[in-house]
Design a protein around this ligand. Structure first.
Ligand SMILES: O=C1O[C@H](COP(=O)(O)O)[C@@H](O)[C@H](O)[C@H]1O
Length: 239
């Protein structure tokens, strides 16, 4: 695991944007498409905004990028809480990505139908072989959740499905999420976490005893790929 600590959220977003740009160039020197899994929440907004501006707007070969989502809140697309909507607003509407390369988790059908459809999309895209994303960007909630793997939920241990849905009692909301094995199969996974509110949980996730039911972010351990944590000084304060 590689830990990258930056002074504040501005420096953190700038550092990760530069790192992602370099990584995309490196991967695309060897292959002709790049699969990028986006995360929702509030933390990646500044990163997405930077990627949508110069110099990245010009340097990233957007037409070769294929976008997927790690998880979705089952609210209408127009709802401010919708993860895909946020990514469109901050990034996808501003760069020349091909519409057919954007694969959202739909919320205009039932959560179960959406998860089943996403599973089909992944199987078709990866032509029946293993789902191996080039890059997965993850967030971490103040409670240690990542994707929609929340503390104490059974979905943390899902091993068969690629994507699944469940009702999250604490938020009175359905969630659709990729499962841990899919993310652990990626070539590269990067967590982005910022703010003092994440300091204690970050310490537990990285340095505490393993307890994935309490700290679901601990379950993310790529089998063969790289794992990076990009955090600011406030989040790293207890490490
Ligand atoms: O609910 C979610 O939260 C996490 C973390 O979000 P943040 O606001 O603390 O940055 C996010 O990664 C996930 O995609 C989202 O559904």
């Amino acid at each position: 695991m590689e830990l990258h600590i930056e002074k504040d959220t501005k420096a953190l977003s700038a550092s990760l944007a530069e790192w992602i740009n370099n990584y995309i160039q490196q991967v695309l020197a060897k292959q002709d498409r790049f699969t990028f899994v986006l995360s929702g929440g509030s933390t990646p907004k500044a990163l997405y905004a930077l990627l949508a501006e110069s110099p990245y707007k010009e340097s990233i070969p957007w037409e070769k990028l294929h976008f997927f989502w790690g998880d979705e809140r089952a609210v209408p697309f127009e709802d401010a809480r919708n993860n895909a909507k946020m990514c469109y607003d901050e990034l996808l509407d501003k760069v020349p990505v091909k519409a057919e390369n954007i694969h959202i988790m739909r919320t205009d059908i039932t959560p179960a139908e959406s998860a089943a459809e996403y599973e089909k999309i992944l199987k078709t895209y990866f032509e029946g072989s293993e789902t191996t994303f080039d890059f997965v960007l993850l967030g971490m909630g103040d409670d240690g959740h990542t994707l929609s793997l929340f503390p104490g939920t059974e979905v943390i241990h899902e091993e068969n499905a690629l994507a699944t849905s469940f009702f999250l009692q604490a938020q009175d909301m359905y969630r659709i999420t990729l499962t841990a094995p899919v993310v652990n199969n990626a070539a590269c996974v990067a967590f982005l976490a910022a703010g003092a509110g994440k300091a204690e949980v970050l310490k537990q996730v990285l340095k505490g005893e393993k307890n994935v039911d309490l700290y679901p972010s601990q379950i993310i351990q790529p089998v063969k790929g790289e794992l990076h944590w990009f955090v600011d000084e406030a989040a790293a304060a207890s490490l």
